[in-house]
Design a protein around this ligand. Structure first.
Ligand code: SF4
Length: 120
């Protein structure tokens, strides 16, 4: 079985052909550099995405505080993780890098603030 996908690591946007057999990657072609091999394998076997968003805040100088996942999340966990983010309310001052949620959608991956938010 063959899958075609576009490498998004750099602006070259190489079109990769990934050949699969018995659930394993047998061959990847179309990449202009080794990073495409790693990307193609990861994207086929365990696709992940960074979560970037913002959470509602109260009593702080910001009404919305920007956040991101500490690591890329499995793609199928993005929607449940976003639901957690949507429900979260931040009511304490934080520094950029502070952990707001320790476990997004059961992945063990934290949600962190990406900006300081001081009390009013
Ligand atoms: S395979 Fe290499 S050159 Fe091609 S898009 Fe990916 S990172 Fe860029």
């Amino acid at each position: 079985m063959q899958n075609k996908l576009t490498c998004i690591i750099c602006p070259n946007s190489c079109v990769l052909t990934v050949e699969l057999a018995d659930g394993a990657v047998r061959k990847i072609s179309g990449n202009k550099c080794p990073r495409g091999l790693q990307y193609g394998k990861q994207e086929i076997l365990d696709p992940r995405r960074w979560l970037t968003s913002s959470v509602a805040a109260y009593g702080l100088e910001l009404t919305m505080v920007p956040v991101k996942s500490a690591r890329p999340l499995p793609k199928d966990k993005l929607l449940p993780a976003m639901e957690q983010v949507r429900k979260y309310r931040l009511g304490r001052p934080v520094r950029a890098g502070a952990t707001l949620l320790a476990d997004l959608a059961g992945t063990g991956i934290a949600l962190i603030a990406t900006r300081d938010a001081k009390q009013i």
